[in-house]
Every structure is written in C-alpha cells, then in structure tokens.
Unconditional design. Structure first.
Length: 257
C-alpha cells in the first residue's frame, strides 16, 4: 500500500490500474477474492511462488533490489564498485542513508535511505522515530546498525506492533544518546544533530487483544469489517489481520459496501 503522512497515515491500495482509498473503507464490510494468479512485480511473468514480497525466482536472484544487502546493509559493497547493478546502486545504495531508532511495539534500530523518510517508519507501523546517524552510503549505515544490534533489536515484533496503542512513554532522545555513547569514535562522526521525535498515528479504531493472521495461499476468499490499518496490515473484526505487502503481485478482486 502507498502511504502519506497526515493526521493519520493515509493508505492507497493499488489494484490493477486503480488506487483504492483504504481509509474510507474503515468501518465497512469488504471482500477479497484471490483469483489464483501471481505475477512478478518487476518483469510481469507469472510465477507459482512469490519471493521477497512479489518477485519471481529469476528476478529474486538477479535484481539489486533483492540482494541480501537489502536486509543486511552491512553487506552492501557498492562503495567498492561491486553490485548486481552499479547504476541502480548509484541511485539507491550510494545515496545518503539514516540509521534510526523507532518504536513499533518494541524499540528497534534500523536503516533507510534519506528519500524513504518517513515512508519506512509508516511501513513498519512505528508510532515514534528519531534519526540517529546520517551516512553517505548504505554500507556505513549497516556497520552502525550492526554495532548497535547487541543493545537494540533490529526487527519489528509485528504482533506487538499491531497490539500497541498510538502512544508510548519511551524517551527516544534519551535512547538516542545512549546509542551514540555505544558507538566507536570512528562512527560517531556520522551522528545526526536532528533530535526531532517523529510522531505517527495510524487509522485504527480498536485495540487488539488477540491476533490471527491469514494469507491468500490458504484463504482464497475473505469477507469482514475493516477496523483499521497499521504498517502494511489490514485489521479486521475479531483480530483477523493480513499483511498486504506480502501479497504484492497477487491478482485480487476487491468489493466493498
């Protein structure tokens, strides 16, 4: 889903050539029907299995956007001239990156391109975020992230992210200062002077106690009342949730009241 930061995060779901305003459907009954077809989001080829949220196997193993360094930025070697596609790397990996701290059910450290702020945080369901360091490329950001992994998680607990309310008492500025003190002096040169704590609210109408996820591999049709959206999850009555991004490339029919 495409996101835009407003008073609440605004969501648009691309289905075919249309962009569906999902916020306007909250509180309404909607139906999904999986039509049994998956197309690679890059080359368009039909595929039986989706890899890395929407790619066919061939694209998954050759494209720079599915390289292992996307998940582990410290592995990015484009600064040495090594990449699956150096032109892509120049526009993506060899651009300024931020190392950040965010709260999305748990406090975590993460890495994102400068151009992906605040999109990355919205996609992760973070209600608070702060910039920790700014680096000239993805690799150095990954090195800083690795240095902090012993003290901060680098993964989002999606269940806790969905359960938490849109506020927290965690002091991100204090956590930033703690993280800065943990860094090697050589890495402290990249610390960011920006201390703004970004606050993000999501369109969720009820707190979840129990969560049950479903996917189109096992449930080809689903109908329920949409209760909210957070991260890339649609939240339905009764705690039923689906990760929409995981189903990129799936041919889906959507009906709403």
């Amino acid at each position: 889903m495409y996101t835009h930061l407003g008073e609440n995060v605004d969501y648009k779901l691309p289905i075919g050539d249309e962009l569906v305003d999902m916020n306007s459907l909250i509180g309404k009954e909607i139906s999904f029907k999986y039509l049994g077809q998956i197309n690679c989001i890059y080359c368009g080829k039909k595929t039986k299995t989706s890899f890395s949220q929407g790619y066919c196997y061939s694209c998954f193993t050759t494209l720079p956007q599915t390289d292992p360094s996307i998940v582990r930025p410290e592995l990015d070697l484009s600064y040495l001239g090594i990449s699956r596609d150096m032109e892509w790397a120049k526009e993506n990996s060899l651009k300024p990156h931020y190392v950040y701290l965010a709260y999305s059910g748990n406090l975590k450290v993460g890495v994102t391109r400068e151009s992906q702020v605040p999109t990355r945080w919205m996609d992760q369901g973070a209600t608070r975020a702060i910039k920790l360091a700014k680096t000239p490329n993805r690799h150095i950001a990954g090195v800083i992230e690795v240095a902090l992994k012993e003290h901060f998680s680098d993964k989002t607990n999606w269940r806790e992210m969905l359960k938490q309310e849109n506020h927290t008492d965690i002091d991100l500025l204090a956590e930033k200062n703690k993280a800065a003190d943990l860094l090697h002096p050589e890495l402290k040169q990249y610390l960011s002077n920006e201390d703004e704590v970004y606050k993000i609210a999501f369109p969720v109408t009820e707190t979840l106690d129990k969560i049950k996820s479903f996917g189109f591999e096992k449930v080809s049709e689903y109908t329920g009342v949409l209760k909210g959206i957070k991260g890339q999850y649609l939240i339905f009555e009764g705690g039923q949730v689906i990760n929409i991004r995981k189903h990129s490339g799936y041919l889906i029919e959507l009906k709403a009241e």
